[in-house]
Write a protein that binds this ligand. Structure first.
Ligand code: IMP
Length: 190
């Protein structure tokens, strides 16, 4: 069985390949097999958006497809930015604007608990589906720390790593990350 990752994000592809390599004969990104689609993430939860991505890509291939949707959920903001994490700071999208908005919304807030969440969907050509959910808990700092990673990493202090994801090495982050946990949950069910 061959697998297509419904993404062109190099970080995601690397992580997925590392964890699922032994289970598939070959693993491709969309670019590898010349599929050019931009699924519209219109659902209001992570599972809905992961399913949109997986089914959109599945229409173009007879290989298995894996898709994910992730975001940051902040307790004091009732779970925002959630599915809107990528575009939280408005268009054009930028990590800088997203982090600025998060700091603004959290100004004066003392209970700063948050989690990153990933929902991952693996869709087989016969319609069979495996879902994995991964979470990592932490809190939102009042200023950025570290230059590693992407997105909200410099503001997200991981309780397990005792540093921000921005200060963590790639391996450290992957050892606790929402994405790797969702992937391991998929692997467990394979
Ligand atoms: P995606 O669904 O994986 O593309 O994630 C959507 C958005 O959530 C990203 O654009 C980031 O803003 C945020 N996000 C997801 N995962 C991470 C992470 O590991 N670190 C920091 N931000 C993340």
């Amino acid at each position: 069985m061959e697998l297509v990752i419904a993404s062109n994000n190099a970080h995601k592809a690397h992580e997925i390949k590392k964890i699922l390599a032994g289970k598939f004969d070959a693993i491709y990104t969309l670019a590898d097999i010349n599929i050019h689609v931009e699924p519209e993430e219109t659902a209001d939860d992570f599972l809905g958006n992961a399913l949109i991505k997986a089914t959109t890509v599945a229409a173009y291939t007879d290989k298995a497809v894996i898709a994910d949707d992730s975001g940051l959920m902040v307790d004091a903001l009732s779970g925002a930015p959630g599915v809107h994490s990528a575009r939280y700071g408005g268009e054009p999208v930028s990590d800088e604007k997203n982090n600025e908005k998060l700091l603004r919304e959290m100004a004066g807030v003392t209970a700063r608990g948050a989690k990153f969440v990933t929902t991952m969907v693996l869709l087989f050509p016969d319609g069979r589906k495996i879902v994995g959910v991964g979470e990592v808990k932490g809190e939102i700092l009042t200023e950025r720390r570290g230059d590693n990673g992407f997105g909200y990493d410099p503001l997200f202090y991981s309780f397990e790593l005792e540093k921000t994801f921005g200060e963590a090495s790639e391996d450290e982050k992957n050892s606790v990350s929402h994405r790797s946990r969702a992937l391991k949950e998929i692997l467990r069910q394979l």
